[in-house]
Design a protein around this ligand. Sequence first.
Ligand code: EUG
Length: 616
Amino acid sequence: MLGAASLPIPPTPSWPEVYSGIPARLADIAAQTKEKIFSQRTLPRAAERTQAEELPILPPEITRERFNEAVAELRKDIGEKNVELNDKPLIDGWYMEHPNTHDAFHIMEQDDTVSSATVYPGSTEEVQTVVRWANKYLIPIYPISMGRNLGYGGAAPRIRGAVVLDLGRRMDKVLKIDPDNCSCLVEPGVSYFALYEAVQATGYPLWIDTPDLGGGSVLGNAVDRGVGYTPYGDHFGCHCGMEVVLPTGEVVRTGMGALPGKNGEDNPCWQSFQYGYGPYSDGIFTQSNFGIVTKMGFWLMPATDHTSYMITFRDEDQYPEIMSTIRPLAINKVLGNVPQLRHVIQELAVTGKPKSYFYDGPGQIPREVIRKWAKEMPCGDCSWVFYGTVYGPDEFRRGQLEIIRREFGKIDGSRLMLPEELPEDHYLHSRVAVCSGVPVLRELDWLQWLPNGAHLFFAPIAPTSGEDVKRLFELCRKRHEEYGIDLFPTLCVASRESHVIVNLVYDRSSKESKAKAYNCLRAMIADAAAEGYGEYRTHILFSDQVAGTYNWNNNALMRMNEALKDALDPNGILAPGKNGIWPKRFRGKGWEILAGDQRTSSLPAIVKEPAAGEKL
Ligand code: EUG
């Protein structure tokens, strides 16, 4: 078979021509990144579907005849071209050209978590139409904003054959940028790249906040409670107001948005006061399947001066000391943002060179080999690298940096470096951008580590304490050794806790590589829960297991979530199984994938046969 690398590589779609495309300022970087990714690929670009199954794959409990009737009706309702059947070869693409038909980083078979069709609503009213249609036919729908949640399932529905509701393609407007209130209102299809350009075009001195990669949906990331790296890095915490289509088709606005403005206008405080009156509902529409968020407000940070720096630490076992230095600095806000503490192996990985460049033996790259390479790099022979940023006028930053130098300086062998001391292509310059709200693509370079590189995150929360982080690292180290996977830990430190992000990189052409990553993640989730640690977010196929660890008082929280689910979505049409929440219709029928489950597909373990006389 010819390698995919031998085909010419078409250019990346550009923004604003394509809503999810790359802005001109990053076109060259995107071309280089795409070239690198495709040069590491042995899989064909498009996979012919097997002939064994008729296409499209159907949602559960519906006949093909009824499905076709439903699709015909939907096409009539919202336009022929806005409904696409998923009956063509599956194309994994890459980050900037990702599929909305399946998980680009499939951890089971590529055609496991696939949709039956994709529908593109163009307005909140059309979302309501689709929701009512789903209720009529009992077809599960799976909303995505842009589908770039790669590492957590991407665009893939949890239920095979669900209809993906791709909100972003036609609902991609920045509805408002308010320079006085310092806020914006966006639709699901607005990426960080797009919002950044929109804010720049106004000329207002405002920042957005971006995660490590800028292609994701601003709204989508916030409803999954993602993290960024300016002082506004808590994306859900910095949102203000939502518009949500409920699973029955009703539309609500939350916070002050519930109070109609004068003359039919939006409430003037919708993006100013988060809580409104009554129970604070916004939280239940994050990491859930209780509603479809069609508009969301965000606070924008006034632009300010900033300085990023990196500090290297010599010894592997210094992290307890590092953590106890970080904690008071974070709580006292001497650290201006969510800093990252990375293991030195990442200094190798973010160069974008494949693992085979550094080491071509089997199993994990040995510590000595990492050391040999690190010695030649700007970070030198170190074990941990801390990336931080301080904000504000010169005299503020000087004062903060002085404290930071003094406190970290107490750790033997530590060394602080500023951007001007490092070569132009060093990763610190990418941190400078991200930590001042400029979205980039650099983090993708990780994927080069293995051919057909894909990744999966283990993302537990730990107290910002050396003891706790040590316990988590030890269990990760043990499991990574057992499965022969390189350990890539990054700590994202908020003031009182750390998101301990472990990036499992695997080769998605290899069943064995996938199985190792999959089993390693399942084991770590269980090990962490046994020690009292839980994940802040997870891949769709691990959500039952993770939700199951939040089981205090006989699963009281899940029982409450199920009560909400049944009340809001009586027909169980909205994203069944997302975040481990199954509607009544699917609950307890073998869909849940819990710890120790041996199945090799996402389908129910026990297929329920319809009883005599029961309607399909
Ligand atoms: C990262 C951070 C995350 C996450 C996935 C990846 C960063 C990797 C803080 O949350 O969920 C460098």
